[in-house]
Design a protein around this ligand. Sequence first.
Ligand SMILES: [Zn+2]
Length: 148
Amino acid sequence: MYIVDTSVILSGFIPENLDDYITVEEVLHELKKSIYHAKMLKICSPSKKNIKKIEEFVKESGDDLSVTDKKLLALALDFDGIILTEDYDIQNVAKSLGIKFSSIATEGIKEVYKWKKICKGCKKEYPMNYKGKCEICGSDVVTVRDRS
Ligand SMILES: [Zn+2]
């Protein structure tokens, strides 16, 4: 089981086999607008026991973790899973607690996609933050994988 954090999804990572990937609710909140390629991730709530374990650990160690970070780490303990994260703080605590982690930058996970926005009608390309219909033909502007 892989536990996916916000940084990894924002970097364009899309899991191949969705059944193996989970995240916490807070990650989807953090993603908000870029949710389009994350909403198929399974959401899990970590056990209270392991949240407590993480909280007690960081209280001692002084690591500065967000609620989301702590929940991801607790989830990794629950499932004995691997955290996918680019976040150094999470990696650091994971290392101390013997939780497996992996960064897509260093581990060379292959399924890293780039994205672009393109008009469904005339295929004009738009910047990723573009909202609304195509200014040329009025068709919907959709997000697609950039295969170039
Ligand atoms: Zn168009």
